[in-house]
Write a protein that binds this ligand. Structure first.
Ligand SMILES: C[S@@+](CC[C@H](N)C(=O)[O-])C[C@H]1O[C@@H](n2cnc3c(N)ncnc32)[C@H](O)[C@@H]1O
Length: 490
């Protein structure tokens, strides 16, 4: 809830401040602010942090990007360093950051030239380094005899535009494994002048994700920016694997689709220019892409809210399993992805297999469950578990109302489909998808019904490969990438 409110208000600030900026200065300093939906999408591309966050926002404007970042990582210990050269915007930025003040969050604003300060930091032993950078840098040519050009040369950066200068500096300022998400013009991908920049980027970072807006001017439509912008996610010193390429027509992301592509399709072998190719995804816009190709209906699978509302069936609920009862499963019965049943808890563990309760129960089988409410601390919005009848030998199960239940005609499904579906639901791609499409932290059956899923064959393959723990995010994502790369979109 807080997330929508804050994101909503930062967008109002963006529009308000944006329209009052003086046109010359706006163009001189590249003052085009990021709309909230794009900021949220950009933030969704970061992996869950494993240590204290040190965030860099260079050219922060009114703070749209940092604001989205802090909304996503609400509970984390973090320090934020934001640079904004314009004194007016700096004041608004200070208000934005003040609205996030809490224990465990330190922020500082530098009302100075990021290029000067960054060059200083990079050259200095023990200078600041960052774990995350979120950027929408200014874009303007850097003249060959300018102060900026000379400063950049001091740290080995040879580039012709402010945006590549900001990105190159951010790369140098990152710790190993640090992640950068930036929205930038597409020109660096193939302009000859940008070759030294591409070399630096490819030498020091893995490209993990590239997002393209299909309509040329749709990223910054409020500002009439005709520039073709892309979003890139880089990982400093990361191992280069497949690259996720995604597309959406515009900043609403309503037709978002993505595919993992082998790196060889992005940078061609032996290309001395190191051009970055961004393949157009096949059948763009028709929803049949990679692992998001089928509706649940097409798969014959249904999802509903857990049918047992405990206070309505109070007289049938039992604290512990006893003769004549069957398991009543709550979200708390899962701990670190594993079923812990029965569990000592104020809620009941069992339900009487009585006539009146029977219609709310489902027969023994494999089911996939997801929690409807994820806590702030949870790394993912969607957390899925498989009910395995071998672990829960009972003729029927009760699923409590705070869970969503995937079933086939109110029965279970085959083991591989269930394992594959849970693996898919636990992946980072689904998490990002959810963060973009759903403004709230609840995961309702309706949301799950609207999402698209892998084909049945893909689910079976995922199921066969699924030996990984629910908590091993890297292993889950690796399997998803493998299957996605093997199955071209239709
Ligand atoms: C494209 S805007 C993006 C603002 C914000 N990051 C966002 O996404 O809404 C770039 C910002 O960089 C600021 N800027 C331009 N040159 C700068 C410099 N040398 N150092 C620090 N900030 C600068 C501009 O005033 C502007 O607010």
């Amino acid at each position: 809830m807080g997330e929508i409110a804050i994101q909503g208000s930062i967008d109002a600030v963006r529009l308000d401040v944006g329209s009052s900026l003086e046109a010359n200065r706006k163009s001189e300093l590249g003052q085009f602010m990021t709309p909230a939906a794009i900021a949220t999408f950009m933030t969704s591309l970061f992996s869950a942090p494993t240590k204290t966050i040190h965030l860099l926002d260079a050219g922060a404007g009114v703070g749209s990007l940092t604001s989205a970042f802090l909304d996503r990582f609400q509970g984390s210990t973090a320090s934020v360093e934001a640079w904004e050269i314009d004194p007016l915007l700096k004041m608004v930025l200070a208000d934005t950051l003040a609205s996030y003040a809490r224990a465990g969050l330190a922020s500082s604003i530098h009302n100075s030239d990021f290029i000067e300060d960054a060059v200083w930091n990079i050259s200095m032993e023990g200078g600041q380094r960052f774990t995350h950078a979120i950027l929408n840098p200014p874009y303007r040519k850097i003249k060959s005899d300018s102060k900026h050009r000379y400063l950049l040369r001091d740290v080995g950066i040879e580039t012709v535009n402010l945006y590549t200068a900001f990105l190159a500096l951010a790369i140098l300022l990152m710790e190993e494994e640090g992640e950068i998400v930036a929205i930038v013009p597409r020109s660096f991908c193939n302009g000859t002048y940008y070759r030294p920049f591409r070399e630096q980027l490819l030498q020091s970072c893995a490209i993990e994700h590239i997002h393209v807006f299909e309509a040329r001017n749709k990223a910054f439509s409020d500002d009439d920016v005709l520039q073709e912008n892309i979003i890139v996610k880089l990982k400093k010193a990361g191992a280069q694997g497949a690259v996720t390429v995604s597309e959406s027509h515009d900043a609403t992301f309503s037709d978002y689709h993505e595919r993992a592509l082998p790196f060889g399709q992005i940078i061609k072998d032996g290309d001395a220019e190191r051009f970055i190719h961004i393949p157009v995804l096949a059948n763009a816009g028709d929803g049949t892409h990679g692992l998001f190709s089928h509706s649940l209906k097409e798969l014959g699978i249904e999802v509903c809210t857990g049918p047992v509302v405990d206070f309505r069936l109070r007289e049938h609920c039992r604290a512990e399993p006893e003769s004549g009862t069957v398991p009543l499963i709550y979200a708390h019965h899962f701990s670190d992805g594993k079923l812990v049943y029965p569990k000592t808890h104020k809620k009941p563990n069992a339900i009487l297999l009585a006539e009146e309760a029977r219609k709310w129960l489902m027969p023994k089988g494999f089911y996939v469950l997801t929690k409807r409410f994820s806590s702030k601390e949870e790394r993912r919005r969607v957390v899925a578990y498989v009910i395995d009848p071998n672990e829960l030998p009972a003729p029927f199960y009760g699923f409590e109302n705070h869970l969503n239940v995937f079933h086939i005609a109110k029965h279970g499904m085959d083991k591989e489909t269930a394992l594959g579906l849970a693996l898919f639901l636990n992946s980072t791609v689904v998490d990002s998808h959810f963060r973009v499409f759903s403004g709230h932290t609840q995961v309702n059956a309706t949301d799950l019904r609207q999402m698209r899923y892998p084909s049945h064959e893909q689910l079976l393959e995922l199921g066969r490969l699924s030996t990984v723990e629910v908590n091993d995010q890297a292993a889950i994502d690796q399997l998803i990438k493998e299957v996605e790369t093997r199955w071209p979109s239709k």
